[in-house]
Design a protein around this ligand. Structure first.
Ligand code: G3P
Ligand code: CA
Length: 232
């Protein structure tokens, strides 16, 4: 398990199709299904990393308005689905066996400096950790904050492939390039392999699509429904 193998199945926001996204129930559900890793999204609030996708609370919680207008205490009183709370990153890590890899997606500036020390502690325990972001500047902070001999994996996210994509990946010393399903062509996945980068593709919720991507050489997929893909 973790990111070291092939044909990786990564639980997207836990198991977002099976349980409220980015909640402890969802992460435990994904782990119980046997995923290689889970993916989660982090913002920072009062010096803590909170696991939530949006910077606005309305879609996934009983709260309203921007996350940043809330105190940590008031955020933690909200319902994030099925009576679940918005977890801290450290609570998710504590809830998962170390055999389950964790992909921490940085959703806001200031998250890298909080995420990297936690990631390094997890690596020391034997957990595989990947840090990713669409914000390549924030991701660059994570890349340099790791220990010199760190096993921390770095992955820029791309919704569409930009002209400078390979330079971004190279400058970050990326382990993988993480691509949207729309961007993930056979040609791009093949070129990534030739350049020494793995490819992880989001969000893949059906078996034929996962099989096609893996056939093109993708290393793995993010899915809301790990139960559909677990033996891909
Ligand atoms: O990391 C893959 C995927 O989670 C990126 O998109 O919007 O689901 O965070 P999003
Ligand atoms: Ca994400």
């Amino acid at each position: 398990m973790g990111f070291g193998g092939e044909n990786l199945v990564i639980g997207h926001r836990g198991a977002a199709g099976l349980a409220p996204e980015n909640t402890l129930d969802g992460f435990r559900r994904a782990a119980a299904l046997g995923v290689d890793a889970v993916e989660l999204d982090v913002h920072c609030l009062e010096g803590k990393l909170v696991v939530i996708h949006d910077g606005v609370l309305d879609r996934t919680t009983s709260g309203r308005g921007p996350l940043k207008k809330h105190s940590l205490a008031s955020l933690r009183r909200l319902d994030a689905g099925g009576g679940q709370r918005v977890p801290l990153l450290e609570e998710v890590l504590a809830a998962l066996p170390v055999s389950v890899g964790v992909n921490i997606e940085l959703k806001a500036s200031g998250t890298a400096e909080l995420a990297v020390p936690l990631a390094e502690d997890e690596l020391a325990l034997g957990r595989d950790v990947l840090i990713s972001s669409f914000d390549h500047e924030e991701l660059g902070h994570a890349a340099v904050l790791g220990r010199p001999d760190s096993a921390l994996r770095i992955a820029p996210l791309f919704g569409c492939w930009p002209r400078q994509g390979w330079r971004v990946a190279r400058d970050l010393r990326a382990w993988s390039v993480n691509l949207s399903l729309e961007a993930a062509s056979k040609r791009l996945i093949g070129e990534a392999g030739e350049r020494g980068f793995r490819t992880l593709v989001y969000t893949v919720n059906d078996r034929p699509t996962a099989d096609r991507l893996i056939g093109w050489g993708a290393t793995g997929v993010f899915t809301d429904f790990p139960d559909r893909l677990i033996d891909v």
